[in-house]
Write a new protein. Structure first.
Ligand SMILES: Nc1nc2c(ncn2[C@@H]2O[C@H](COP(=O)(O)OP(=O)(O)OP(=O)(O)O)[C@@H](O)[C@H]2O)c(=O)[nH]1
Ligand SMILES: [Mg+2]
Length: 297
């Protein structure tokens, strides 16, 4: 299993390498502060967060701030920024129903497989719902993850109504006493309004016809896509009741700082991060570990 520290290796190598190079020049002068600004922006931390950090550093420029002090300032600011979006407990209700959304290929289905595996290991009884009914292969892929994780999948034929599959799955969870339902959905282009409508129907049917469930909408984003992720996220959050984020593929990007920019912009908590393709490469998002992961211990 890859931990956050290992998964963020690429981001850290680039960020820390550049920071060390800049700070090895001695005094923290205006030129060094500007170089640091470029490095933080390059790591996709976002303009807002970068400005806050730079403002603090600038206060110390000319004051012979040591590289350690600069790193301490960066760490403090990053932690403060991440801490502004607290991670809420799941809403009450039974079963807990997590509808997982996001555009093509961001890692929805694999995240669901990894999450099912993790929740099962934590003692929960989990059911998966194959609401991506667009492609037969999508249903089979979820089935495969279900087998790996050791959890059952509720499925219907290809082309059936995703909302009906979700409804079925919640009913099945009730009769089998499963506490968690995780629904896979099609990777839909956020610009295709009819598809977004279909996804909205999944939420509407569940919230109006399944009293008492704890309904969550998760949005999966690929950490590699930087600013484009934000546009996707804005479209999804405008149309759907999204309650939390998962950022995938942190292991394959040097732009892991995007977690901060995205969380800050959307004011939605990052719940889990994907750190590889294996079944245990999903970690709960931990701010302290994350900041250590990108800035070093
Ligand atoms: N390196 C890495 N690869 C990942 C991660 N998460 C998912 N992937 C890979 O990304 C690819 C797409 O993953 P899927 O889970 O099929 O994505 P999806 O969102 O369900 O895709 P569609 O159903 O086509 O929309 C696969 O090759 C996964 O192995 C991750 O955290 N790290
Ligand atoms: Mg999928």
């Amino acid at each position: 299993m890859r931990g956050l520290l290992q998964g963020l290796r690429k981001t850290k190598e680039r960020l820390l390498g550049s920071i060390q190079r800049i700070l090895s020049g001695g005094a923290l002068d205006e030129a060094a502060v500007e170089d640091l600004e470029g490095v933080l922006l390059g790591a996709d931390i976002g303009v807002e967060a970068t400005e806050r950090i730079i403002e603090r550093l600038r206060e110390r420029s000319g004051a012979n701030a040591s590289p350690e002090e600069c790193r301490r300032i960066m760490r403090e600011q990053l932690l403060a920024i991440v801490g502004e979006t607290p991670k809420p407990a799941p809403p009450p209700g039974n079963p807990r129903v997590i509808v997982v959304t996001g555009v093509n290929g961001v890692g929805k289905t694999s995240t669901i497989g990894k999450l099912a595996y993790r929740l099962k290991a934590e003692g929960h009884s989990v059911l998966l719902a194959a609401c991506d009914t667009f492609r037969a292969a999508a249903i089979d892929q979820l089935e495969l993850w279900g087998e790996r994780a050791g959890v059952q999948v509720v499925r219907q034929q290809m082309g059936s109504d995703p909302a009906a599959v979700a409804f079925d799955a919640v009913q099945a969870a009730r009769s089998r006493g499963a506490g968690v339902v995780i629904a896979d959905t099609a990777g839909r282009l956020h610009t295709r309004v009819n598809l977004m409508d279909e996804l909205r129907k999944v939420f509407t049917v569940l919230s109006t016809r399944m009293q008492g469930i704890g309904l969550e909408g998760w949005l999966v984003l690929d950490a590699n896509t930087g600013q484009n992720s934000l546009r996707q996220a804005e479209a999804f959050t405008a149309a759907l009741p999204i309650t939390g984020l998962v950022l995938t593929k942190l292991d394959s990007t040097a732009k892991g700082g995007a977690v901060i920019a995205i969380q800050q912009k959307l004011r939605l908590p990052v719940l889990y991060v994907g750190l590889g393709e294996g079944i245990d490469d999903l970690a709960p998002f931990d701010p302290e570990e994350f900041v250590s992961g990108i800035l070093g211990e």
